[in-house]
Design a protein around this ligand. Sequence first.
Ligand SMILES: Nc1ncnc2c1ncn2[C@@H]1O[C@H](COP(=O)(O)OP(=O)(O)OP(=O)(O)O)[C@@H](O)[C@H]1O
Ligand SMILES: [Mg+2]
Length: 377
Amino acid sequence: MGCYPVFWRKKNSRSQVVQLDQDIPIAGNVKIYSSKELRKATGNFCPGSKLGQGSFGRVYLGKLNNGEKVAIKVLSSESRQGTKEFLNELSVISNITHHNLVKLHGCCIDGGQKMLVYNYVENNSLAQTLFGNSRSGIRFDWRTRVEICVGVADGLTYLHEEVRPPIVHRDIKASNILLDRNLRPKIADFGLAKFFPGNMTHISTRVAGTLGYLAPEYAIRGQLTKKADVYSFGVLLLEIVSGRCHTDPTLPLDEQFLLEKVWTLSESDDLESIIDGTMERDFDTEEARRLLKIGLLCTQDSPKIRPSMSMVAKMLKGECDVSEKIMRPSLITDVMDLKVRTVEPIQFSLSPSMSPALSSSLVSTLALAGSTVVESR
Ligand SMILES: Nc1ncnc2c1ncn2[C@@H]1O[C@H](COP(=O)(O)OP(=O)(O)OP(=O)(O)O)[C@@H](O)[C@H]1O
Ligand SMILES: [Mg+2]
């Protein structure tokens, strides 16, 4: 891939070369920025230039000296977790390039402050477009949605099947898909990504990811395979077609969990009724039904039954048939040991009025929040 490990050294203000406490394998094309440069680019990180806020810090819009716009992720200094994610993200994405992955320009470490500098992606995140309070004014038509699904599938196929060693993203969700000026998708946020050695059936790891998108075998047993990303992609696919978030607590109980709802509609052969009404019937019904079925296939209980991402991409493009043998999407009965990183503690208690089938399902438990789970056990 034309990259090489380097020891990252940084000059301090007295121009002495200082060795950082971590040796970070980054590609030669990743620029090291000074904090002064990035402060200037963002008007001293003024609130007006803030693009968003995630679990590990804030993201600002910056304009570099050469006029180029960038997005600068400032990791919260007190977060130990953030440092790990920072180093991880550097080592993973400095080495890879694909038109459906966000591009890393460079980084900055200044004392306790760590920043990542990315290409600015003009149209915010898919979450904002799909579920934002003030829908962005973007005309989110059917063809655009299909192309976004295909783009994300291509990006994941690249990570899983073309990069060596393969990479599992672990946090595929609507807020981690950014849309460029032509509404082409860019997968972002590689802080949780893991290299996946080719000779392994799975790797056992601490659970990390986001509630509502976590594959059950991974959430419960910590068994990570590429199929955990396939599961998250399946949930995302259902969200894109329906225009609904994986969980909507404002709906009646039996309607709240998208995956459960789509399965029920599939059983009663009424998948059309979940397609996003804002498109005012301006969509291809057969294609939408196919995408929903692919979403269900991706969320099957057994990771082995879930298709690979290259197969998903082919199905999305209509290059191969979608299996009609679809079973109920996976269920989870016990997620009580998950510790969740949120501002407000999440309660996992289930409503007594919930049906037994629903209360035992993944969607009725894990989908209670969209926060990033950082650790379990
Ligand atoms: N390269 C970028 N270009 C434009 N906007 C960006 C870019 N990267 C991030 N953003 C914006 O900043 C927001 C916060 O991103 P961040 O990845 O930190 O958090 P998140 O995805 O919302 O949550 P989480 O921490 O759970 O991943 C995004 O939702 C997006 O709106
Ligand atoms: Mg994110």
